[in-house]
Structures are given as C-alpha cells and as structure tokens.
Design a protein around this ligand. Structure first.
Ligand code: B12
Ligand code: SF4
Length: 653
C-alpha cells in the first residue's frame, strides 16, 4: 500500500506531536532518571527529523508543533500534555518512541495515564516490533494496551509516519499498524538531528547520534535486530550525511558522533562515508570524531581500518560476546573466530583506535570460574581498553526468546528486568543469584585500578581523555549506581510521587530520609572514586618534554645523592635544572620539595598521592591531628592543590 502524502489533512485542527522516550523502573519502583544523561536517544532524533520534514513540506496541515521528552533525563509533564489536548482546535498525539522490552512496563504506565486523560497514544520500537515479529499472535501485554485504545506500530516508519499522523489528526488511529514487511528505503530519508535544548541535558552537548545504515547480515540467536530490521543492509545517502554533519558543526558545534549502526563494517557504503568524513576533516577543517559498532571480521576488510582512523574514528565497539568457541557456536555467532581476536584487536590498536568489546555472560558453557578466567584473558591476552558486560537475556524478537517460550522454559515474567543486568533465565551452572554475582565481579575486576593504569599508559595520547572519562562513567554506573553504563547517567534523581504501580508512594518525611541517606552514601562513593581517578591521573598523565627531562634529572640527582654529594652541589644542580627548563610549569610543590632536597618525596608527589593517603590514614584519629596542625594544614593544601590540578586537566577535555 502506498501512502498518498499529498492528501489533505483535517483543516480544522492543529497537530501537536509529543515524542517521548520512556525510561525504566529500578528495583524499588522509581523511574531511572538522571540529572545528566550520557547518550541522547537516536530514535527521538530520528522521529523528530521525520516529523519536521513532514511539517516543512506542509503535509500535516499548517500548524504542527513538535515536542520531545526523554524520561531518562527529565520529568514528563503529563498533566500539561493532557490539558493541551482539550482545545477543540488542537489534536495532541503522544508517540512513545523506541520502547525496548525493559522500558515497556514504564511506557505502558505512561500510556495508561495519557489515555485516561483522553490523549491519543502510539507506541513503537523494538519491544512491540520484536514481540509481534516472532509471536504467533498479539501477546497479552500488548493486547492490554490495545484494549485501552493505544495504537501499536510494528516496524519502521520512514515512509509511513505521515499516514499515521494524519490518522491521528482525524481521530481515526488504527489499533495496529504493521510495517514489518515494508522495510523503508532510508537512502533519501531525513537524517536524525537533535534539538539543541535536549542535548544540554547530557554530559557533553557536542555529541550526536546517527544510524547511517540498518540491518545486519549475520544470524545470532540472541539478537532481535535481524528479525525487525532484516538481514539486508539499507543505507543513508553519504551526501545527505555530509550536509547534516556540516550543518550540525556550523550551527551547534557538534563534532563527536556515535554512529549507531549495529554493524558499520557491513554498511555497503562505508568507503564513501569514511572518505566523505576525511574530506570534511581535511578540506573543511571540521574536527569530526566518532565511534562505531563493528563485527569481529572487520579487520579483514581491506582499507577499512585505515580509512576509519583517517576519518576520525577514536573507538570501536566490537561484538565479541565470548572467547569460548563452544558458546559462540551455541549462539549461532559463526562469524566470530576466537583465533582471530588477537589480530583483530592489534589491527585496531595499530591504527590508534581504542577497542571496546561487548561481552555476554550466561551462555551454556559459562561457569563462575570461566567468567573470571575470561576477564583475565581479555586483559592479559587481548588488552582491550574497555569492555561492556551483559547477562544473556532472551530478548523478545530473538530466536532464543521464541524458542524458550515455545519450549515453556522459565523466563522472568517482568519485562522491566530485560535490561541485561538482571537475571532473566535459569542457568544449569549457576544457582539463582550466582550469575548476577559473577557478572558484578567481572565489572569490578576488569575496571580495577591496575588494569585501568595499564590501559592509559599504553593508550594513544589523543585518546587518553576519552578513555579516562569513559572509565569514570563506567565505574560510576556499574559499581556505584549498580546499573549498566548504557542505562545510567550522572546523579540519580527520584521522583517521590512517580512510583511503579504496586509500590507505595512514601510520605515526604520518609522519602526525605531515604534520599538523605542515599545522597550521603553517593557523595562518599564519589569522593572515593574521585581520589582513585586522581591517583590514576597522577600515575598515567602524559608529561611534557620539559617535565620528562626534569624527572630524568631528578633520577640522576638521586643517584648522585646516594653517592654522598654535598648539599651545596645539589643546590647548584637544582639551579641548573631551572635554567635548563624555563618553560616548566610543574607545580610549585616540586620546587618546594626540591628546596628541601627531599627527592624521595619529589618523586612520589609527581607520580602518586600515596604519601598523602598514608598521612590521612595515620592521622585519621582526631587526637593525633591536634599534635601536628602544621602538617595537617600543609598536607591539606597539597591535596587541594593536586585535586585542583586534576580537575583543571579533566575540565579541559
Ligand atoms: C545504539 C543502540 C543503543 C545505544 C543507545 C544510543 C541512543 N541513545 O540512541 C546504547 C548503547 C546506549 C544502547 C543501550 C541499550 N540498548 Co540498545 N540499541 C542500539 C541500536 C544498535 C540502535 C538504536 C538506533 O539508533 N536505532 C535506529 C532507530 C531509528 O530505530 P528504532 O529505535 O527502531 O526506531 C524506528 C522504528 O522502530 C520506529 N519507531 C520507534 N519508536 C516508535 C514510536 C512510534 C510511535 C512510531 C510510530 C514508530 C516508532 O520508527 C523509527 C524509525 O523507523 C539498537 C538496535 C537497532 N538496530 O535499532 C539496539 C537496541 C535497541 N538496544 C537494545 C538493548 C537491549 C539495550 C540495552 C538494554 C542494553 C544494555 N544493557 O546496554 C540498553 C538500554 C539503554 C536505554 N536506556 O535505551 C535492544 C532492545 C531489544 C529489546 N527488545 O528490548 C536493541 C534492539 C539491540 C538488540 N540487542 O536487539 N543501545
Ligand atoms: S552481529 Fe550483532 S547485529 Fe548482527 S546478528 Fe549478531 S548480534 Fe545481531
């Protein structure tokens, strides 16, 4: 069926399209929302560009208003949206966008509230599309929404969004729109672009997301992408991409991208896109940098890595999933060959691109011991800079899910837990809770201080701060917040009144007590993370030429001291060093330690704050502090000075 976009819409009404990306609930029923997020939603960007394009071409009547809300970083003004629908001259339609399975319960609760207020509601994304793709009929949780008048959209809507919105304008939305077999050609479709105001809700506002292609030719059993977006690749026009990237840079200074394609290496226009990026960098001086998702055979594509590096790729996210060939076979991941992994990682490293691997625990041959061994092998044999760990989850729309449902195997009944950091299956090698415990240990051991230090010491200096900031983000999400970096941002917010049905809304006083406790513990954890990261910086930061020479000089002098040099001679050497390195901006603490000829201290202060940590540990008892107020003050000053230097360096990134 071809849609006639030129058909007139109801002239009487203004259309207000409210695009909402739902979040999910935590284990206590609070919405997971952060003061600042990390990754803006590409689905919101995509649907917002499509709507703007229709509005620009006046295919939705004269006045179309578009609003976007992201539940993960802001409160949804439900009442205000409902009120806006009350004007007879206006039609409001709420589109719950990109709803994943773990977000479905939250999306359904939002839908119920909007429907109770008389607003038309649409829901789309991977849960409904995946679930309906492989289930024999409409499943219960989706039928419940249809029963209250929510319209379900299955599949991609690049060619059909106008048709749906016109139905909304005319109050004749259908219960189900099924576009799964009509995969749109995205070549000339508007490129996702995001609202500047929305970007300010994220840690960095010069960050963009674009899917330059859709689909994947492979056939992994745990994956739902192939059953929704298909195994044939569809790509966006390199020329349109170029115009958008240029425009984004000129108007909003956006120059860092996450190309969200599941597998950019199989985008059959990769060469044109990368060459276009090289031109933007070299001819137009737009300093684009980006990260990509690729497969484990990507290093075998001639020219691919070289061009990616030239085009500004700083990090690749690789679907490694397991280093046990038996697990890979069980998951149908036949394209992954463990014997190639070393070459794969080395090839990206040689191009100075950091590697970040996706790794799944819970495959049939995993055990508590094997998980620990895998982490060690990732560190010692492969030396990947970063790893994202997931627990195997039967995602609706995947073959695994369909098979388990058909076989009547146990899968967790609460979709809210399908976020890859909750156990959703029973595994014969793990008692309940054991898989989750091994998963948490894997995060802890991979992001250990020693490993992070090794990574930063050997990283490409241009990537140093990217990796460093990612470490902060990952440690905060996985180890402090107890969630997943791909779900968590910075500083958790909890709306007292917006709690999952089934959880009681607490009194103000009780909630205040809970939050005070939580914030106190958060501040403590952040302080300890900040000190850990400061130490990491001290031990790994890239030093200037002058500083390196000075340190060599210190080392040489220390050897001289050991040979009993006279202090006058040492002072002379010190003076010589200062004359030799006039541009040296290393902290005055070095000069101070020099003056005191305390070389041991000098070395430590440059590389570590271990002395300070030891001092505070020893002087932790209040009575001791009273005896040495001068030392306490001096060390406090030193600590503050170091911390300021650290934060200043970090803020420059
Ligand atoms: C990039 C990506 C991420 C990025 C998100 C970046 C961003 N914020 O955009 C990161 C790495 C953070 C991420 C994290 C996670 N992800 Co993810 N992610 C993807 C990926 C690869 C691409 C998303 C994308 O840009 N798609 C392009 C957009 C335009 O497509 P779309 O969302 O489907 O929207 C189209 C249609 O569905 C439709 N549509 C969508 N919504 C609506 C609504 C209405 C009303 C209408 C009419 C139409 C409509 O219109 C759009 C245009 O055609 C997808 C797979 C994929 N190919 O989509 C997985 C995917 C969405 N992720 C998935 C999962 C499981 C997760 C995590 C839970 C995993 C984890 N623990 O890390 C987290 C959850 C984080 C979160 N809060 O969202 C699953 C979801 C499966 C499911 N059924 O739940 C997917 C499908 C991958 C898979 N394994 O199968 N993800
Ligand atoms: S390679 Fe990735 S995107 Fe492709 S089928 Fe496997 S898991 Fe899905």
């Amino acid at each position: 069926m071809k849609v006639n976009l030129a058909a007139p819409v109801s002239k009487r009404r203004q259309l207000r399209v409210v695009l909402i990306k739902p979040s999910k609930y935590d284990d206590e029923g609070y919405v997971i929302r952060h003061f600042r997020g990390v990754l803006p939603s590409n689905t919101l960007a995509c649907l917002s560009s499509l709507t703007q394009d229709l509005a620009k071409r006046e295919l939705l009547g004269e006045a179309v208003e578009i609003e976007i809300f992201d539940d993960t970083v802001e409160k949804i003004p439900i009442k205000k949206i409902i009120r806006s629908n009350r004007l007879p001259s206006r039609r409001t339609v709420v589109a719950l966008a990109g709803v994943q399975s773990n977000q479905f319960p939250r999306a359904a609760d939002l839908a119920r509230k909007f429907r109770a207020g008389g607003v038309q509601v649409l829901i789309g994304g991977f849960h409904v599309s995946g679930m309906l793709a492989l289930s024999p009929g409409i499943t219960r949780e989706i039928q419940e929404l249809i029963d209250i008048g929510v319209s379900v959209v299955k599949g991609e809507v690049e060619e059909t969004w106008g048709e749906i919105l016109r139905d909304a304008c005319d109050d004749r939305l259908k219960p189900v729109y099924d576009f799964l077999d009509r995969k749109p050609d995205i070549y000339n479709q508007p490129i996702p672009t995001i609202d500047r105001k929305y970007l300010h809700r994220f840690i960095t506002s010069n960050f963009g997301t674009i899917d330059t292609s859709r689909g994947c030719p492979f056939n992994c059993s745990f994956c739902s992408i192939i059953n929704v977006q298909g195994r044939e690749m569809r790509v966006r026009s390199p020329e349109l991409l170029k115009q958008t990237l240029r425009e984004n840079y000129r108007t909003h200074r956006i120059h860092f991208y996450f190309f969200t394609d599941d597998n950019f290496a199989r985008n059959n226009r990769w060469r044109e896109i990368l060459e276009m990026l090289v031109k933007l960098r070299e001819d137009e001086h737009i300093p684009i940098q980006f990260m990509l998702q690729v497969d484990t055979q990507s290093h075998k594509i001639p020219d691919f890595i070289r061009l990616a590096a030239q085009a500004g790729c700083t990090q690749v996210f690789i679907g490694m999933e397991s280093i046990n060939p038996k697990n890979l076979k069980a998951a149908g991941k036949m394209q992954n060959h463990v014997q190639d992994y070393k070459d794969l990682i080395a090839a990206w490293h040689n191009a100075k691109i950091a590697t970040h691997i996706a790794y799944i625990f819970g495959f049939p041959y995993d055990t508590t011991e094997s998980i620990q061994e895998d982490v060690e092998r990732l560190q010692n044999e492969l030396g990947v800079e970063q790893a994202s760990f997931f627990m195997l989850t039967p995602i609706p729309g995947s073959r695994d899910h369909a098979r388990m449902v058909q076989a009547g195997e146990h899968i967790h009944p609460d979709l809210n837990n399908y976020d890859s950091f909750h156990e959703t299956i029973r595994h014969p090698n793990f008692a309940p809770g054991e898989l989750a415990a091994s998963y948490r240990n894997a995060w802890k051991s991979f992001y250990s201080f020693d490993y992070m230090r090794d990574v930063l010491c050997r990283s490409n200096p241009e990537n140093y701060w990217n990796i460093f900031c990612n470490f902060i983000w990952y440690k905060n999400s996985a180890l402090i917040e107890g969630g997943h970096p791909m779900v968590h941002g910075f500083f958790r917010l909890k709306d007292r009144t917006d709690r999952r049905p089934g959880f009681a809304v607490e009194s103000r006083a009780r909630h205040f007590l809970r939050r005070s406790r939580e914030v106190r513990s958060l501040i403590r954890s952040w302080l300890s993370l900040a000190l850990e990261m400061e130490e990491l910086w001290l031990q790994t930061r890239k030093r200037s030429e002058a500083e390196i020479r000075l340190l060599a000089e210190i080392k040489r002098l220390r050897q001289e001291v050991n040979r009993n040099l006279h202090s006058a001679e040492l002072q002379l050497a010190h003076a010589r060093t200062r004359i030799q390195f006039p541009d040296l901006r290393v902290p005055s603490r070095l000069a101070l330690t020099f003056r005191n000829l305390n070389f041991r201290m000098a070395k430590r202060m440059t590389y570590t704050r271990a002395d300070l940590a030891m001092f505070w540990h020893r002087k932790g008892r209040p009575t001791m502090l009273l005896f040495r107020p001068d030392k306490v003050l001096l060390n406090l000053l030193k600590d503050v000075q170091l911390f300021v230097l650290f934060v200043r360096d970090l803020a420059r990134t």
